[in-house]
Design a protein around this ligand. Structure first.
Ligand SMILES: Cc1ncc(COP(=O)(O)O)c(C=O)c1O
Length: 430
């Protein structure tokens, strides 16, 4: 079946979210941004917000502005929590995903009170997740057990069950959406298995938050982390979120003792109240709610940008975003099959919509040269070694015509061999 550009134009006309691209800063004319997905596009409100924050709040109110800045990690956390099916007071924003993961996993491992704990992580998991797990095992005298996940598939709950039974892992770190193939894992099914084995899964939601429905509460998630710079449009280096279910917050003590996590002598039922920060007490006593994960001074400017990104996601609604994600990724897979299969591209992403996230991936022996040559022609995608080319299809900023144009550029490059002359420059495919 031949898919024409006019067909993509029809899909764009029928797209209820097409107007949302106007809520983001425009791209250069002719540019197609399908990074896969390391960095979402900036919201149009980002500039005004930063200008207000610096020009009015900071320069006008100076240090007094902390009266309203101090709550941002919890306010933005609650809004991200609402998008992910958490309750108020279960999510806080600050630090990088790596650091949040360290804090959460340490909390789980230490609470288990096992002398030589086994920490499980998927063998092909995003590098920082594996390194953090290795680092914690090293720090606590534990051992890492790696779990194999079939290429292009999510975690198989039955195989996970056998693995947990064999290893007796205290905790497992798994991604809800695989960073390479885009395969989605059945979070609820894995949690059910883990609960039977007495294991806590700490979920990495970096490639899921803001693009697929996540139901932290009803899917039995005890702990999760995720970044905000992908589908939540928080910008480069924006802080990550950590989620710990309410009934675990008191028992799971994170290891970094900081003044923003200190218990408040005057604590009220209002979880934002922390009037005691400047009491400068001699010893640390952790807050027994999510506040203990705040640790130190929050990155206010980036939090404000996350706030703006989350606002656009809220306005669109996660169900509408998911519907468009399904159509866009399906359209991309059809096009890849139709136009790139005979040129050597092999699809890595599951065909079933519910089993994939917001990006698609195909492998090709010349993926890096292809990606770089396409960038020279205005089409931004990325490569994950050794040969996976990813296209990130952020539903609020990507059109069907973008997808068609990108695949058209790939088709022309592969058919002509024009990409083969492109010098390899590893740094540029990030
Ligand atoms: C699945 C996953 N986890 C973690 C990270 C990055 O963590 P950090 O925010 O610490 O750089 C990424 C970055 O792309 C990711 O894709």
């Amino acid at each position: 079946m031949k898919i024409e550009r006019a067909g993509a134009e029809v899909f764009d006309r029928q797209d209820p979210l097409s107007g949302f691209s106007g809520r983001f800063l425009p791209l250069d004319r002719g540019a197609v941004y399908l990074d896969g997905h390391s960095l979402g596009r900036p919201t149009a409100r980002a500039l005004a917000r930063v200008s207000q924050l610096i020009g009015i709040d900071w320069s006008g109110d100076l240090v007094r502005a902390w009266d309203h800045w101090a709550d941002l990690p919890f306010e933005v956390g609650d809004r991200i929590g609402a998008l992910l099916g958490a309750r108020p007071g279960e999510v806080v924003v600050g630090d990088s995903t790596s650091v949040q993961l360290y804090k959460v996993v340490c909390g789980v491992v230490r609470a288990a009170g096992i002398a030589d704990p086994v920490l499980a992580v998927a063998a092909d998991e995003f590098p920082t997740d594996r390194y953090v797990v290795q680092g914690i095992a090293d720090a606590v005298g534990g051992r890492v057990a790696t779990f194999e996940v079939a290429s292009g598939e999510g975690v198989d709950p039955e195989r996970l069950d056998t693995f947990l039974e064999t290893t007796g892992a205290t905790t497992a770190v798994l991604a809800a959406v695989d960073f390479r193939s885009g395969a989605r894992t059945d979070v609820r099914a894995c949690n059910e298995v883990a609960a039977r084995r007495g294991t806590t899964i700490v979920w990495d939601l970096s490639h899921a938050a803001g693009v697929v429905p996540v139901a932290l509460g009803s899917d039995g998630v005890e702990a999760a982390v995720g970044c905000t710079y992908k589908y939540l449009h928080g910008g480069p280096g924006s802080p990550a979120f950590a989620y710990v279910r309410s009934d675990r917050q008191q028992a799971w003590r994170q290891p970094i003792w900081g003044w923003w996590g200190q218990r408040d002598r005057f604590a009220q039922r209002d979880r934002f109240a922390q009037r005691d920060r400047f009491a400068m007490g001699a010893d640390y006593a952790p807050d027994d709610r999510m506040r203990q994960y705040a640790v130190g001074t929050p990155p206010v400017v980036q939090l404000a940008l996350v706030d703006e990104g989350v606002a656009v996601v809220e306005a669109a609604g996660i169900d509408a975003i998911d519907q468009k994600r399904s159509l866009l990724t399906g359209f991309a897979l059809d096009l890849i099959e139709d136009r790139l299969d005979w040129l050597g591209a092999r699809i890595e992403t599951p065909r079933e919509s519910g089993r994939r996230g917001g990006h698609v991936c195909f492998t090709h022996s010349e993926a890096s040269r292809l990606c770089l040559a396409a960038r020279d022609r205005g089409v931004v995608t990325d490569v994950r070694p050794p040969d996976g080319l990813r296209l990130g299809l952020a539903p609020l900023t990507t059109s069907f015509v973008d997808v068609w144009d990108a695949i058209d550029v790939f088709t022309r490059l592969l058919a002509s061999g024009a990409h083969l002359g492109h010098p390899l420059d590893g740094g540029r495919v990030t």
